[in-house]
Write a protein that binds this ligand. Structure first.
Ligand code: ZN
Length: 206
């Protein structure tokens, strides 16, 4: 998931809201309900094909409040919440990595020696060569995965630093925070699930 850079004319929530029922994005609309004007977000499937999706309408005010609540759930109360998350995450990442590229390289070194020996003895080394190709690709893949895990860690740290710098209770909605921290909101009938760019998710009943 790419980071959203800079500012655009788009609303801060644009492209972030998804429907839990059909997976489609939500669109921002100005709603005039018998003279009562409000800004709401609605599932595009529901807007385009009546009856195809039953996703509810989300009032923008309520969405903003839920975002503030989600942030407060991260900062508020237990300072341990984030540190536990951080620990879990580091553990998972370290388990996944387990020096994979280095391990693969060791196998490669062995096979390369074997290949040279075979060649010197004029034996067939096709199978070994194939295995070397396969392992090289595997190593590339492992290196790429390490990079994305590092990015994930950086975002986690970024969120932690941001939260540490916040007053204990956030009272006002700030769209800059949405742009910098939020990755996705999934709209279900009884709750909003906020996924932050760091990978942390918070569920708000609303
Ligand atoms: Zn939908």
């Amino acid at each position: 998931m790419g980071r959203r850079r800079g500012f655009s004319a788009k609303h801060c929530f644009t492209g972030l809201l998804y429907c839990a029922e059909c997976g489609e994005q939500f669109r921002r609309i100005h709603w005039n309900n018998r003279g009562c004007k409000s800004v709401v977000w609605r599932c595009m499937t529901r807007l385009e094909k009546k009856g195809a999706c039953h996703a509810r309408t989300v009032y923008e005010e309520s969405l903003k409040q839920a975002f503030v609540d989600a942030l407060n759930q991260l900062t508020g109360g237990s300072e341990t919440y984030l540190s536990i998350l951080q620990e879990n995450m580091t553990e998972v990442i370290e388990m996944e990595q387990s020096n994979l590229p280095e391990e693969i390289q060791r196998k490669l070194d062995v096979l390369q020696k074997k290949l040279i020996e075979c060649a010197e003895r004029h034996e067939d080394y096709e199978e070994i060569a194939q295995e070397i190709f396969r392992l090289r690709e595997q190593k590339e893949q492992a290196l790429r995965e390490n990079v994305s895990q590092q990015e994930q860690k950086d975002r986690m740290r970024e969120l932690q630093e941001f939260l540490a710098a916040q007053p204990h209770h956030i009272t006002e909605f700030d769209e800059t925070l949405v742009r910098h921290l939020l990755a996705k909101v999934t709209v279900s009938f009884d709750r909003l699930d906020f996924t932050f760019q760091s990978g942390v998710a918070v569920s708000i009943e609303k």
